[in-house]
Design a protein around this ligand. Structure first.
Ligand code: AMP
Length: 177
């Protein structure tokens, strides 16, 4: 993991959304066509065998997940915030620092035994990604890999995913966050 050319395209906004947080803003990476394309190529090269489906986490996980699904030629399942999906859903609540949140997917989206690659822009504590893994596995999916553009290793999310049997790929690391 070095990818300093891509790291130079990520903007850091201090104290957003609250004091002490260094927000790693990928919108500036998306503005750069060559950088966005290189991001997808490097994720594709790093994620191993082509899965049956990519699961993208709303909302920034949809951007990288959809582009990667197109690149790999696989399908995509959307993991959405609550009450966004029109069909019958299955969902899971998970803890945030204050309060809780919920993600949902269509109950019939994933066939039992489907090999699913989880994708999001960034992994911090891993709470969101672990909830996503639990939701997908509850539907019968096999989730052994997850890919992120950015890892904040000091927050321990990648290690928590590894402990849950999910191998993590990330292109950029920011220690000290
Ligand atoms: P977590 O559940 O703690 O792993 O948080 C992951 C989610 O929160 C991802 O969907 C990220 O988009 C967002 N997130 C958390 N921390 C940051 C940060 N420092 N900069 C940008 N996005 C963040």
């Amino acid at each position: 993991m070095a990818n300093d050319d891509l790291k130079a395209l990520v903007r850091t906004i201090p104290d957003y959304p609250k004091p002490g947080i260094q927000f790693r803003d990928i919108t500036t990476l998306l503005l750069d066509g060559a950088g966005f394309a290189a991001t997808i190529e490097r994720l594709a090269a790093a994620t191993g065998p082509v899965p049956d489906l990519i699961a993208g986490i709303e909302a920034r996980g949809f951007i990288f997940g959809a582009a990667l699904a197109h690149r790999l030629g696989c399908g995509m399942v959307l993991l959405r915030k609550k009450n966004k999906l029109p069909g019958r859903v299955t969902g899971i609540n998970y803890a945030l620092e204050y309060g809780q949140d919920r993600i949902e997917m269509h109950a019939d989206a994933v066939a039992p035994g489907a090999r699913v690659l989880l994708v999001d822009d960034l992994i911090a504590t891993g709470g969101t990604a672990l909830a996503a893994v639990e939701l997908l596995r509850g539907a019968g999916a096999v989730v052994e890999r997850a890919a992120f553009v950015i890892d904040l290793p000091d927050l321990g999310g990648a290690a928590r995913l590894a402990a849950a049997g999910v191998a993590v790929t990330a292109l950029l690391g920011y220690g000290g966050d």
